[in-house]
Design a binder for this molecule. Structure first.
Ligand SMILES: Cc1cc2nc3c(=O)[nH]c(=O)nc-3n(C[C@H](O)[C@H](O)[C@H](O)COP(=O)(O)OP(=O)(O)OC[C@H]3O[C@@H](n4cnc5c(N)ncnc54)[C@H](O)[C@@H]3O)c2cc1C
Length: 434
């Protein structure tokens, strides 16, 4: 029987509110030094009364999550980055028990039954984790591998996979990209061939976040030889089945604490009931699932961008060149002012897209625009801010250099910038009809 604890967990979150005070610090911080306060407000209204989409409940949720980030995650981030992985089962159990892995998922499967704006609030708060890898892994668990299962999966599948994922008892991963197919999802080669009441799966997946630790994969595979948009299905695949081989953990430019795996399937047998929703609808379900993934990614990077600007202001205010703080050179503070303006524009777009999405609108165009802008802005912002740290910015000791490495992924993963431009162009009706 599925759990019905979400609502009561939300209640207890709201009654256990605690506020943090900001203590300004000067100089170079340890990369993952426990920052128990928000930097001086960079992101506009911080109260429910003024906010476009957040209520008091959103703020209470963020505050409770912040405690876990400060106490259980940030103190360990440097160690996990050095190790190239983090203890997903332990951290997910912690987050799951507190309700953070399923805020917009059904209450009967352990979620809080709230709307997607609460997921956006969680993603924004997770931007306070002092690396990109851990939030990305959490994002895969709650908003990338599970939206289609929650929406279209059978009750049995949800009991077996969704409930333990929301509770943090199982780690999930998403298997879409392959060695030969990333941007062009329709050209994946992994096959699931029906034999009796089982699928026999052969092929492989590349770039699988959480791949070395996952208990199950939301797998996109070809289940027939039909046209590429109608021959695919999403399948819940337990990772401990015979024939599932985690071939290697991939060494990366950034996102070090997140394990990224290459996985092969060699005659893996899985019951046909493990298909999510209707067979042949996998491509459509995955495209829908991408909308939440992209909005999540935008929300997550916004807070980190605010933090990087604030830390750059603090550092350049105390670092003197030519007898005055670096910050007081007009080129520097004008540039930071411009970047903060861009962050606020992106935030407005995110909130608009979120508000429309929770009312049931198709926000593919706005989500693609926001994801495109987020990737480009993160590259610009990390490069400009790193510059103002001088040689310190080039060291591994400061957050800005980690963000410079981590944020590069945003223009590639979950659909590259060019893929976003392609989608936007189609919505603008500028592309020749096939
Ligand atoms: C750290 C990391 C984690 C990831 N996690 C996951 C995961 O958990 N699950 C998963 O399924 N995938 C995951 N991915 C895969 C990611 O989504 C793909 O890398 C991405 O979709 C791009 O695919 P590709 O790498 O095959 O690049 P390709 O498809 O080979 O594209 C290469 C480049 O071509 C350009 N391009 C693409 N389309 C066009 C066009 N129409 N016009 C002009 N230029 C174009 C873009 O610049 C693109 O970067 C992850 C990737 C990384 C690096």
């Amino acid at each position: 029987m599925a759990l019905r604890g979400g609502a009561s967990r939300l209640n207890s979150l709201f009654t256990s509110r605690r506020f943090y005070k900001f203590t300004p610090r000067i100089g170079v911080r340890g990369l993952s030094e426990n920052v128990t306060s928000k930097p001086a407000a960079a992101s506009g209204p911080e109260t429910a009364a003024d906010h476009l989409i957040y209520t008091q409940e959103h703020f209470a949720l963020k505050e409770s999550l912040r405690k876990i980030i400060d106490q259980e995650i940030n103190p360990h981030v440097d160690e996990w980055e050095a190790q190239g992985t983090f203890p997903a089962h332990r951290i997910f159990k912690l987050l799951g028990s507190a309700g953070f892995l399923g805020v917009n998922k059904p209450v009967e499967y352990g979620g809080m039954g709230l709307d997607f704006s609460y997921s956006v609030a969680v993603a924004e708060e997770l931007g306070n984790v002092r690396c990109g890898g851990v939030p990305m892994a959490i994002g895969v668990q709650c908003d990338m591998a599970t939206p289609a299962l929650a929406r279209f999966g059978s009750a049995e599948l949800k009991d077996e996979f969704l409930l333990p994922t929301i509770m943090g008892d199982k780690v999930a991963c998403l298997g879409v990209s392959e060695v030969g197919a990333g941007s062009d999802v329709s050209s994946i080669m992994t096959k699931a061939v029906r034999k009796g009441d089982e699928y026999v799966i052969n092929g492989g997946k590349m770039w699988t976040t959480n791949g070395t630790q996952a208990d199950w994969m939301c797998l996109l595979a070809n289940t027939s030889d039909g046209p590429p948009h109608k021959n695919k299905s999403l399948i819940c695949l337990p990772m401990n089945l015979p024939g599932v081989h985690v071939a290697r953990k991939i060494d990366k430019l950034g996102m070090w604490s997140s394990d990224t795996a290459e996985v092969f399937f060699d005659d893996v047998r899985v019951p046909c009931e493990n298909v999510i929703g209707q067979e042949g609808m996998g491509f459509t379900y995955q495209m829908l699932q991408f909308q939440e993934e992209r909005l999540w990614a935008v929300a997550n990077v916004l807070t980190t961008m605010d933090n990087i600007i604030q830390e750059t202001i603090q550092y350049t205010r105390q670092r003197k060149i030519f007898k005055q703080p670096v910050l007081y050179h007009q080129a520097v503070h004008f540039r930071l002012a411009e970047l903060q303006t861009e962050v606020e524009l992106l935030r407005s777009l995110l909130y608009r897209a979120t508000a429309l999405y929770i009312k049931g609108n198709d926000v593919t165009k706005l989500a693609s625009m926001a994801k495109l802008k987020a990737g480009r802005l993160a590259r610009e912002l990390s490069d400009s801010c790193l510059q103002y740290w001088g040689g310190m910015g080039f060291t591994s000791d400061v957050q800005v250099s980690r963000f410079y490495r981590d944020s590069r992924l945003l223009s590639i993963g979950a659909g590259a910038d060019e893929v976003m431009l392609g989608i936007i162009s189609k919505y603008m009706d500028m592309v020749p009809k096939k």
